[in-house]
Design a protein around this ligand. Structure first.
Ligand code: UDP
Length: 495
């Protein structure tokens, strides 16, 4: 244990109700516990299943960390039991009710902040109200930003200069003004709530305001990855922040940590299956194809992916989800799986894959990714080049970072942003997927690979003693200790 926690700092972490926000924030909470700070994570029972194993592991190692459960008011908002998160199985029409449930829970969370008496709270960006809650308790609120400095800088440029309004058409390219690099986009690649402001636009404004009023923000990023954007964002926002990534690497050092992350299966039969299969493959020869925790493709798109993978001639692991009710599509995928199993060219994982374990396997040579920020950080850490295929949220900005700034990715040329719970109208063709895979896995892409490896080394340095993320963590804990100390001195009567 570090001596940073010598004043017995107590913290409360409040994640959002969605898998890919929970995973990195819980990794951060676990890092604070590693540094000797007392940690309580507040969530609902359904959401706790994503990370409870990791917390139990840490607790068995003697770390001061636990989960505090609060029941989700499903019946009150008319939801069936078990639907209490925004994830791939959440029917789109139920999403507003989850927000309603969250609003009902707000006073309960606030009461817990009061009762648990933390010295500071770390809460997801989607809980902007926690700024006021922390102010009432006179403790710092630290915001967890689920994305990166480049994406936030790009979003800020669009908000401030509205370059998309001057574009001649939806597919006309425009430059994002005022950024450290020349980055171009089209209107169709922007979120719908930017193109046509709605309630979500208001929520994003509230979140930005809450960031300004917070003590500071935590990022799953590291300085050398996007230093120019870190500096840029600091200037435009005037806020404090600490990049302490890659948190997946720092908090999950043991194989048991990596296996426990997310919806790990009880029985490890399937895990052994992919492991055995990968171990028969040559170094850097296998593609890992995954689109995160929230996406589901229509069969028309799955068919294009399947053909692209088969035609590429490369070996692959594909994490895939079925769409119930499409019989033709299901038969196609069953036959596809049978074929690639027989030829030993491919391995399909249905549902949830142990991504950290797979990415660190030496046989993996690159990814096809939807550019979710956690996955990008995990791939950078593993030193892998990527085929980029952004879909929703800030993923089109993330593609700019990977392809144009870091130059470790090849784009499939996705043209249209869509909501995470919609199919959208774009179907990326097998030729476009195949071409991008071909370039990324070719011998000419040696430079791409070299740069990815250099970044991987930088990621590992960042979390070591003296590295930027390590220093940031120490500095933040020092400040929090200082705040606690000066409070104690103010309340201690002088003799
Ligand atoms: N993940 C995983 N197995 C899966 C799908 C996702 O372990 O089958 C993890 C992945 O390692 C990452 C997170 O879930 O940490 C997904 O977050 P990301 O930001 O990449 O995408 P999102 O789920 O938000 O689209």
């Amino acid at each position: 244990m570090g001596k940073e926690g010598e004043l017995n700092l107590k913290s409360v972490f409040l994640p959002f109700l969605s898998t890919s926000h929970i995973i990195p924030l819980v990794d951060m909470a676990r890092l604070f516990a590693i540094h000797g700070i007392d940690v309580t994570i507040i969530t609902t029972p359904g959401n706790a299943t994503v990370f409870q194993k990791s917390v139990d592991l840490d607790s068995s190692r003697g770390r001061s960390i636990r989960t505090h459960l609060v029941n989700f008011p499903a019946a009150q908002v008319g939801l069936p039991p078990g639907i209490e998160a925004f994830n791939v199985d959440t029917p789109p029409e139920m999403a507003p009710r989850i927000y309603m449930g969250l609003a009902i829970l707000q006073p309960c969370f606030e009461q817990l902040f009061h009762d648990l008496r933390p010295d500071f709270i770390v809460t997801d960006m989607f809980h902007p109200w926690t700024v006021e809650a922390a102010a009432k308790l006179r403790i710092p609120r630290i915001m967890f930003h689920c994305i990166n400095y480049l994406a936030l800088s790009a979003a800020h440029a669009v908000e401030k200069y509205a370059p998309h309004l001057a574009a001649k058409s939806d597919s006309d390219r425009f430059v994002l003004p005022g950024l450290p690099d020349r980055l171009e986009m089209t209107r169709l690649q922007l979120p719908d709530w930017v193109r046509s402001p709605n309630q979500y636009t208001e929520l994003m404004k509230t979140i930005k305001e809450s960031e300004k009023k917070s003590y500071g923000s935590l990022y799953n990023s590291f300085y050398d990855l996007e230093s120019a954007y870190y500096e840029h964002y600091k200037v435009v926002m005037g806020t404090k922040s600490w990049g302490i990534g890659p948190v997946s690497l720092w908090a999950n050092q043991e194989a048991s940590d990596k296996a426990a992350r997310g919806y790990a299966k009880e029985e490890d039969e399937e895990e052994e299956g992919w492991h055995k299969w990968l171990n028969t493959k040559a170094e850097s020869s296998v593609l890992y194809v995954s689109f995160g925790s929230m996406n589901r493709f229509p069969y028309s798109q799955l068919v294009e992916i399947a053909h692209a993978l088969e035609d590429s001639g490369k070996d692959f692991i594909w994490v895939v989800r079925k769409n119930n009710g499409d019989e033709e599509g299901e038969i196609f995928l069953e036959e596809f799986e049978k074929r690639v199993k027989e030829s030993k060219k491919g391995y399909l994982i249905w549902g949830w894959a142990p991504q950290l374990l797979i990415l660190e396997n030496p046989a993996i040579g690159g990814l096809v990714t939807h550019c979710g920020w956690n996955t990008l950080m995990e791939s950078v850490n593993a030193g892998l080049p990527m085929v980029t295929w952004p879909l929703f949220a800030e993923q089109f900005y993330n593609e700019k970072l990977v392809v144009d700034v870091l130059k470790i990715g090849v784009s499939v040329g996705a043209k249209e942003w869509r909501n995470w719970n919609q199919f959208g109208s774009e179907v990326v063709k097998r030729e476009d997927i195949g071409n991008a895979i071909g370039v990324m896995m070719s011998e000419e892409s040696e430079e791409l690979r070299r740069r990815a490896k250099t970044l991987s080394d930088a990621a590992k340095r960042a979390i070591q003693n003296g590295g930027s993320s390590h220093n940031n963590m120490k500095e933040l804990i020092r400040e929090l200790n200082q705040i606690k100390l000066s409070k104690a001195q103010k309340t201690t009567p002088t003799p």
